[in-house]
Design a protein around this ligand. Structure first.
Ligand SMILES: Cc1cc2nc3c(=O)[nH]c(=O)nc-3n(C[C@H](O)[C@H](O)[C@H](O)COP(=O)(O)OP(=O)(O)OC[C@H]3O[C@@H](n4cnc5c(N)ncnc54)[C@H](O)[C@@H]3O)c2cc1C
Ligand SMILES: NC(=O)c1ccc[n+]([C@@H]2O[C@H](COP(=O)([O-])OP(=O)(O)OC[C@H]3O[C@@H](n4cnc5c(N)ncnc54)[C@H](OP(=O)(O)O)[C@@H]3O)[C@@H](O)[C@H]2O)c1
Length: 457
């Protein structure tokens, strides 16, 4: 009898029910091995950033949830344990004791820092918290954002910055039939923001938006996209970057900027300014942000390796609210090696390593394995790689009898943790959908875990 036989299933705990948790489960289920998987999630609701990151006005992108529901409901090998934080309610060492393998797919839950004076002034927020707030993440539901100023500044030119800028630039009518949380809709309805500055440290050829996302700024009901044509003059290296066939995405972005720079403003009441080659060097204000000091940059280096350097030329921009959207960052977990500067679990093809030696039983996939980049689908190939490593290792794992979920439940029960299963989640899901129907929304999210548990009782 060997590990992975019908009589001796491979018992695996997967930590984090975002895309990489579901894709890891799927790859294991599709393997030749007999498996028993417990998918452990700290929130009651699964789906990770597909629920709490993807913008409410992008419902098509949330269709990945239908795939995850299918994986969870059609495979008896997979068992969901929601509302359990690994590292707090149960430790990684306890999971290693209870399962043959543990796969950490817990995403990147915090944010990178700019490291400039004034960064923590009131009015300076991270995109992470704003996004989680408008998406009804229970940890962020009580945040408040002061939208009483006319000018908002977003630092960063990736797709998260596009989401934040677009949500600030849309009218309530454009948002009210989405699954945006009611608390966010109410506050956005009172917003006085008229000017949104989206600031990139490098040039228009290096912006990390995708064209579909950037194109939406030309189609907003009450906001004009603004680009100064003088900012679109490219150095030689940037010209050769855009001439490269494999870089067609950046060329499309650049062409959209050109289109915006040629458009006369149509008199809409809001304006979204895309500006390049500048970095914030300080936030100033007495008690809260009143202005940001920006420094102009120039690019240096070869094509595709250009970095931004300050020219020394600085100016002030008055603003009452600033969002840092410069990337997410993974969080360490007790008992697991962590690469501090990269914010990931060090790994070789998904096998977690400590000083370059593989740590038996521990695997990782998704943003906490690779760092915070890539779209939903990227995590599928990433999870497949990790599961291939696990399958390759199966004969090297401790094949002793592991108790799996029986042990997990007994630990959680002894600590009085109120965990939920997938059917219970679907009950909460149904209530959310019903509450949304009354408002013409796909759902009204329940934003407190206590309230979710109350629905079940
Ligand atoms: C704001 C934003 C918008 C995005 N929009 C899109 C988009 O429109 N289209 C697209 O294709 N991609 C989008 N992405 C990218 C996509 O969301 C990510 O590629 C993907 O979610 C990463 O998957 P993951 O499973 O690694 O992490 P996550 O999705 O973050 O999932 C990790 C899960 O682990 C759980 N967890 C964390 N710690 C613990 C713990 N200690 N114990 C138990 N559970 C834990 C978390 O609660 C979470 O559910 C967006 C990303 C962001 C940040
Ligand atoms: N609709 C969608 O498909 C969607 C929506 C949201 C997110 N996502 C995906 O999720 C991933 C994460 O997105 P993201 O926007 O968080 O990250 P990102 O794409 O890596 O963009 C980060 C931005 O921050 C800038 N930046 C980093 N450090 C900085 C600093 N110190 N000062 C100033 N600017 C700085 C980067 O500039 P440099 O280029 O100079 O480093 C870049 O413009 C991406 O893969 C994205 O495509 C997809």
């Amino acid at each position: 009898m060997s590990l992975g036989d019908e009589q001796h299933p491979l018992r695996v705990a997967i930590v984090g029910a975002g895309p990489s948790g579901f894709y890891s489960s799927e790859a294991l289920i599709r393997s030749e091995l007999h498996v028993e998987i417990d998918l452990i999630e700290r929130l009651a609701a699964p789906y990770g950033l597909v629920r709490s990151g993807v913008a409410p006005d992008h419902p098509k992108l949330k269709q990945a949830i239908n795939v995850y529901d299918k994986i969870a409901s059609e495979n008896a090998e997979l068992n969901y344990i929601g509302n359990v934080t690994v590292g707090k309610d149960i430790t990684v060492d306890e999971l290693r004791d209870a399962y043959h393998a543990v796969i950490l797919t817990c995403g990147a839950e915090t944010d990178r820092r700019l490291g400039i004076p004034g960064e923590d002034l009131l009015g300076s927020y991270t995109a992470t918290e704003f996004v989680a707030w408008y998406n009804g993440h229970p940890d962020y539901r009580d945040r408040s954002f002061d939208l009483s100023h006319e000018t908002a500044v977003i630092i960063g030119q990736g797709n998260v910055a596009a989401d934040v800028s677009r949500i600030l630039s849309k009218t309530v009518d454009e948002l009210k039939t989405t699954d945006i949380s009611q608390h966010a809709l109410d506050l956005l309805a009172e917003s006085k923001i008229k000017n949104v500055y989206v600031i990139g440290r490098r040039g228009p050829a290096q912006a990390k938006f995708t064209s579909k996302e950037l194109k939406e700024f030309g189609e907003l009901a009450d906001c004009d996209p603004m680009v100064d044509p003088a900012e679109l003059i490219l150095n030689e290296a940037s010209q050769s970057e855009l001439a490269e066939k494999s870089n067609a995405g950046s060329k499309k972005i650049y062409d959209l900027f050109v289109g915006y720079s040629e458009r006369a403003p149509s008199g809409k009441s809001r304006k979204c300014y895309f500006q390049f080659l500048r970095s914030p060097v300080e936030l100033l204000g007495s008690g809260r942000v009143e202005k940001v000091i920006l420094e102009h940059n120039q690019l240096s280096g070869d094509a595709f390796k250009q970095s931004a350097r300050g020219t020394g030329e600085k100016y002030e921009l008055e603003t009452g609210i600033l969002f840092r959207s410069i990337g997410y960052r993974g969080v360490a977990m007790p008992g697991v090696p962590f690469h501090e500067s990269w914010g990931v679990f060090p790994n070789e093809s998904g096998r977690i390593t400590d000083n370059e030696s593989v740590v038996p039983q521990l695997y990782t996939a998704g943003w906490i394995k690779r760092g915070p980049s890539g779209i939903i689908g990227t995590n599928r190939a990433c999870a497949k790689e990790t599961i291939s490593s696990l399958i390759e290792d199966v004969n090297k794992l401790d094949s002793g009898n592991k108790q799996g979920r029986q042990k997990t439940y007994s630990i959680l029960d002894s600590r009085k943790v109120k965990y939920i299963n997938f059917q219970q989640w679907k009950t909460i899901d149904q209530v959310e959908v019903e509450r949304g129907e009354a408002k013409g929304k796909p759902r009204e999210k329940i934003t407190s875990i206590d309230e979710m548990l109350a629905v079940l009782s």
